[in-house]
Ligand binder design. Sequence first.
Ligand SMILES: *[C@@H]1O[C@H](CO)[C@@H](O)[C@H](O)[C@H]1NC(C)=O
Ligand SMILES: *[C@@H]1O[C@H](CO)[C@@H](O)[C@H](O)[C@H]1NC(C)=O
Ligand SMILES: CC(=O)N[C@H]1CO[C@H](CO)[C@@H](O)[C@@H]1O
Length: 721
Amino acid sequence: MSFNLSIPVKTTNIPYPVLIAVGIINESNLDVSISIEFIDEKEIDGGNLKLTTPGETFISQLDALDYLGQTFPKLLLEKTKSQDWIKFALDKFYIKNFKELTFDLEKLDHHLNFRSFIIGYNLSLSDIAIWGVLRANPLMGSVLKNEVYQNISRWYNFIESLSGAFNGSVELLTKSTNELKKSAKSAKAQATGKKETHKANFEIDLPGAEIGKVVTRFPPEPSGYLHIGHAKAAILNEYFAHAYKGKLIIRFDDTNPSKEKMEFQDSIIEDLELLGIKGDKITYSSDYFDEMYELAVKMIKDGNAYCDDTPVEQMRQERMDGVKSCRRDRSIEENLAIFQEMKEGSEIGLKHVLRAKIDFENNNKALRDPAIYRCNLQPHHRTGSKWKMYPIYDFCNPVVDSIEGITHCLRTNEYRDRNPQYEWIQKALGLRSVNIWDFGRVNFVRTLLSKRKLQWFVDKNYVSNWDDPRFPTVRGVRRRGMTVEGLRNFIISQGPSKNIINLDWSVIWSLNKKVIDPVAPRFTAVLFENAVPVKLDGPEQTKIELKPKHKKNPEVGDKKVVYSNEVLIDQEDADLKEGEEITFMDWGNIIITKVEKDNDVVKSIEAKLHLDGDFRKTSKKITWLANTSDKIEVDLVDFDHLITKDKLDEDDNFEDFITPKTEFHTKAFADLNVANLKAGDIIQFERKGYYRVDQPFEQGKPAVLFTIPDGKQVSRYGAKK
Ligand SMILES: *[C@@H]1O[C@H](CO)[C@@H](O)[C@H](O)[C@H]1NC(C)=O
Ligand SMILES: *[C@@H]1O[C@H](CO)[C@@H](O)[C@H](O)[C@H]1NC(C)=O
Ligand SMILES: CC(=O)N[C@H]1CO[C@H](CO)[C@@H](O)[C@@H]1O
């Protein structure tokens, strides 16, 4: 055996390119076979591979690829052999920083426009190198899947379809890694000092994560609508589950019958769909009430929990002061008896809660004997009146996470104080432990997330409902024109940052703009107020031509453009002089012959077409709309933040900071194509901005379109939108 490839499976930069090249060689009917071994290490001789050949040994991927290319030219090389792309791949695409990657991905995307292969007309090492490095980069999974870069995704899937070696090598590695882990007993690498995470760096580093085995969960309480604050948790959980080819469980945390309603479950599922998230499984905390009950009994029997009827206020004070409860030393028998009373919801039972017996004077107040079960006589929307007591979040979470096979519990670091409690409960019950991975929550300026406060706006008719475009609910921001990709890109660019940040909305809207700009069809609108009729000397008759809806993206399709001898332009564009030559976009030049004014307001204009004129020489290029009966009326709606202060302080009353006016309507005419748009369509009115259709056009009723912020507008009240 003269050829051998060794790969350390714990390397952060998996050398897929060499692995795939070797796979292709092994699959061929050449008389060679390169054996592959995987080693449970981070590196070998300082590199991420070791290729042993009859003559030489390589530890650099570039050298190894070069050697394989020279040695097996028929299989791996295009005639125009070049190392440039291979170097590019190895240098640029292992980087686990979304921002830095973006630049080079754009370059690659551009290169792949109209190309099937990186070089020439056949598979070459350049394709293998780039495919392999992208495959090795955990950031790329969802980017490829979501076709953030269309040409890259197309090429990636195409290359993968050409040879079994591509997927084969991924599987080979996964299998070997798992086997190594199994056999590597308890030589478990200990918690390495955690890497400092930086804002916007997306260094994926789920501790102990194995491809194919990660299970995450998103546990909303079915008691309201999802808002933008939940979106980060939902998207990150989904992101990791899929980056590691694992599973995401959506778990309704329905342990409080006083707050929960069936209707919210449906709305949460819908909200998740609006985020492009579908769990692999939907479960309910209430599915585990029996098991949790048994475990609570076990805790009592083990002397790890006690029933306490100290009045609520006093208990709170005692926990604050680190004072021992007078019920702490009750006997196990007594505790079991009272717990039974709680279960029955008896008079004695109702006075009690069950508390974990952890440490009443611990510096971490979360460990001061937290309550874990409490009574509630209200029927539960799934279990009816079977139960009179329910586990509390702090107990339910670690228990169900463990039972359900969750490997990673991702939650915001507001819970950090409660992490030791989570771990204690799993340990006390002898349950499998779950990795906690916390991230900073995102707050937005001038944005309220509290259910109670949002309800107030609904009740006072400041907004129409929970899906109001001014609301930070998932449905609200979607209705305002946020795309799933925009939101995902935003969350992923925030990544695992631990900083709780107070973010300007313009950041997220400008990311959204990048998503919509390349695909939003372009139409024309002219504001109704003081629209200026321009009379042209011809064409005598109205004519219609087909023009692309998006000049740079023919795939968006064509639209009808109506040419007529009377057109309308915006008053804002009508500041023109007689004799001036300007350009009508998508038409040609015109020369102004007459301007009629009433004080400063232009009333009408006459002009003659000068289609031979050079549009490069005019400084004004304006939009126009034929004044024919097929134009339609539209209502353009813009919104502002509901409150006027960036960040409310603890003692601020939000009602003192209500923005006086937050909804603005502008009437306009739009071209006939707009009559065919559907609710939810996202478009651009040329030279005006992006809009989302909220209510499509109906005869006699204007279409209603909402302005989509693009991160540049400034609100009338001083904040960026
Ligand atoms: C591409 O490569 C394959 C495999 O080496 C070969 O069979 C095929 O003829 C090549 N095609 C072209 C167009 O060179
Ligand atoms: C558009 O044309 C109609 C019909 O000729 C006319 O009544 C109307 O005033 C024109 N609109 C404007 C803004 O001049
Ligand atoms: C050939 C091909 O699919 N080209 C596409 C590359 O991506 C741009 C936009 O990202 C498209 O406009 C091209 O059609």
